[in-house]
Design a protein around this ligand. Structure first.
Ligand code: COA
Length: 372
């Protein structure tokens, strides 16, 4: 069996930022319009008025301060509340491929690897822009990679599950190099008019380059072990799929966007994730005390604080469990990879860390790494 290492990561960050205050101003303007339009029904008691959102609530409930998006204007237009991303012509790159290519090229440059030497591209994300051809095959053509490519979706755990898939192929010898790319345009599956969740997501793309460690002579993170688990739940769900045109009233169906029962997710996912990490560490022979860093899924600060404390058996020191969600919000599968990409350069040979994602499915994926 071959050894595997991560030799490069890349992050594409959109140029447009929405602060909590800007978001709340747009939401409240939308709510006021809606309440005015429905004043008679609200007065008659047949409709409930929409409450205002608040920046204080968003920060306290989630830890989120800003989010990057591909189109700010459409989202903040109270008459629209949805990004303006005009459909791409068949001969133009898809949005997901475009931002995925940016992240992929950064990962390749960091590792000093030419695109033509990549054997596998996985486009692993929560939603795909189209059914087929795979976005991954489009990215393969755009960067000039060899081998083969395909899309996969495990919602928020798409990156870690993709890393395990790629690592297993490298371990088995069927490929030597893989790019796992996570273009997450979350702004397009978020219902920005829903007060309970309008603040939670942002857009980004990440890429992770994995190589056969022969051993390599360059800085890298050895992949010591990977582990994936799933357990069915309806508490995070998006019913949009290729059968949607057979449904009645498809335009108005709230369930065609991201839905969650946030409180239940909190209660059910936290023990699942803590137990998963503890078992994975124990079975790999790595003590929690050996971990210099936890790069966790970036959905909620309280959730991460809880997991960090449970895994380490103490409150993590500043920097031990870096969060990026204050700047990026929840970016689905890309979140833990952004944290890893932006908070790992200072680690020295022998330092160990753990990437862990969790989300819809439910799913949880963990990757134990060692700096070399
Ligand atoms: N502004 C002001 N108040 C708001 C609000 C907003 N935007 N949204 C909700 N509230 C209010 C509610 O009305 C409710 O008030 P009440 O108690 O008087 O009824 C109160 O805040 C609590 O709402 P709740 O939805 O229970 O908030 P929460 O503290 O659970 O936080 C989440 C909400 C979504 C941030 C949190 O549940 C979460 O992050 N869950 C896990 C998410 C996760 O990991 N998901 C994975 C997705 S990939």
């Amino acid at each position: 069996m071959h050894h595997v290492a991560i030799t490069g990561t890349g992050v594409f960050t959109p140029s447009q930022i929405i602060t909590n205050d800007e978001l709340v101003a747009a939401f409240n303007a939308y709510a006021d319009r809606w309440n005015a339009e429905n004043a008679a029904a609200i007065a008659a008691g047949t409709l409930a008025a929409k409450d205002h959102s608040s920046s204080e609530f968003i920060l306290a409930a989630s830890g989120i301060e800003n989010r990057y998006v591909l189109d700010k204007e459409g989202i903040l237009d109270p008459a629209r509340m949805y990004p303006r991303l005009p459909g791409r012509r068949d001969d133009d790159p898809s949005y997901m491929a475009e931002i995925g290519v940016d992240a992929a090229n950064k990962a390749l440059a960091q590792a000093g690897v030419a695109a033509e030497d990549v054997d596998l591209i996985l486009c692993a994300a929560s939603n795909m822009e189209r059914a087929y051809p795979a976005i991954a095959v489009e990215i393969q053509a755009l960067i000039g990679a060899g081998g083969f490519a395909y899309d996969m979706n495990v919602a928020c755990s798409s990156a870690t599950f993709g890393i395990q898939t790629a690592a297993d192929m490298i371990r088995a010898g069927s490929i030597k190099r893989a790019l796992v790319i996570n273009p997450e345009i979350c702004s397009a599956h978020l219902e920005w008019r829903d007060r309970d969740c309008h603040f939670i997501f942002g857009d980004v793309a990440t890429a992770t380059l994995l190589e056969r460690d022969e051993p390599l002579a360059k800085p890298r993170f050895k992949v010591l072990s990977t582990r994936c688990a799933t357990q069915f739940s309806n508490n995070i769900r998006n019913n949009n799929g290729y059968l949607r045109r057979t449904h009645d009233q498809m335009e108005d169906r709230r369930d065609m966007q991201f839905m969650q029962n946030g409180r239940k997710v909190f209660k059910e996912v936290l023990p699942m994730v803590s137990a998963h990490i503890e078992t994975h560490l124990a079975e790999t022979g790595v003590a929690a005390d050996d971990l210099k860093r936890l790069w966790l899924h970036q959905a909620n600060k309280t959730m991460n604080d809880y997991i960090g404390k449970k895994v380490l058996g103490r409150t993590p020191e500043p920097g031990e469990q870096p969060n990026i969600l204050q700047d990026y919000a929840n970016t689905s599968s890309a979140g833990s990879i952004i944290a890893f990409a932006q908070h790992s350069a200072d680690m020295v040979p022998g330092d160990r860390g753990l990437i862990c994602s969790f989300g819809a499915g439910y799913s949880v994926g963990s990757v134990i790494l060692e700096r070399a």
